[in-house]
Design a protein around this ligand. Sequence first.
Ligand code: NZQ
Ligand code: ZN
Length: 387
Amino acid sequence: MKNFNYQAGTKILFGKNKINELADEVLTYSDRVLITYGQGSVVKSGLLDAVKTKLRARDIHIEELGGIQPNPRLTSVKEGINICREKNIGFILAVGGGSIIDGSKAIAAGVDYKGDVWDFYARKAIPESAVPIGTILTLAATGSEMNGGSVITNDDTKEKLPINSELLKPKFSILDPTLTFSVNKWQTASGVVDIMSHIFEQYFTPDSGTELQDSLAEGILKTCIKYGPIVINEPENYEARANLMWASSLALNGLTGTGKMMGDWGTHMIEHEVSAIYDLTHGVGLAILFPNWMKFVLNERNAFKFVRLGKNVFGIDEGEDMAAATKTIDAIRSFFNSLHMPSKLSDVDIPAEHFKTMGEKACQFGPIGYFRRLNDAAVTEILEMSK
Ligand code: NZQ
Ligand code: ZN
């Protein structure tokens, strides 16, 4: 295990009616708030009105930015930055899924920055200050509610790029599982795949001596495998929604990645290229790509890690290493299929046309991946395997 510093950073308020504590939390930071939200789910559910009522009751000034799209765009971010500057906003409250939270983090980072906020994503600058943000999570998937990551799409250049900064960790996140009851089957399943993929990215690394982290990772995977099918059939099953919501946060808040050099993240980088061009739901892209990444990187030296996963998570306990590893990958594919996730890019109407460009763009800052380094030709091959 490597040395590490770890600070979770985000206060979690978990459970039914935790929104009752919202105003106190917000007032710790400011009484001038920008509420950000998406394309209508929080209006329809009544959550937005409930939030505004709670804040107004405590004389908190509110500005709003709605309409943030899935795969959030730079244009919404710039709109948010302008509102914050013009209205002297001291706190940003993201109400929604990962896209809303990511967009809000970009706004937070951009307010004091003199240049173009895209500079952070293009690796030309690093955020040095940020407006504090808080979240009310409505979809269990990205972990953005408890980490410093933000992924933004630049429509002009068709790039979707990530940043990560301690400054962007939400100060608090309200996790009320009942707020996820209304998420449809497709988004719910995508969320489960995303959570599992975050675990895979940090599980498949060349590090050793991280038994605790790997066991925690397996526990989170087993939770997803147990409750994923239940929420698809019973969207209002509180226990299932609650377990998945907490799994979302724990899968990408640093917990399972500590003590390792870094995560792999190759599959995420590839998926971001696909969704940058085709606006695909993130978890759907991962469901298609991850088993193919696994097949591509598997070899006799690293097979033991797949064997361990197969044994501890899927109960696969037979055959020599390469055969057991392949069975494990097949079990992951079958599980994704059982959630009605597609297996091929052609299933979601994505042709092979831009595979080469995606490979080049994924590697624009150099080879990607840590479990196995991938150059642009390797990325293109994984996309070919996924077509
Ligand atoms: O826009 P609204 O109307 O709110 O509808 C959303 C959207 O259509 C809907 N939804 C959310 N909560 C709902 C709901 N519908 C009904 N009831 C509810 N309670 O779901 C749709 C998808 O929402 P979105 O926020 O896009 O989903 P998700 O949370 O999966 O976020 C995906 C984005 O996060 C990025 C992805 O790349 C993608 O852009 N990621 C961010 C990460 C991070 N910051 O750490 C890591 C991830 O790996 C990922 O890359
Ligand atoms: Zn993800």
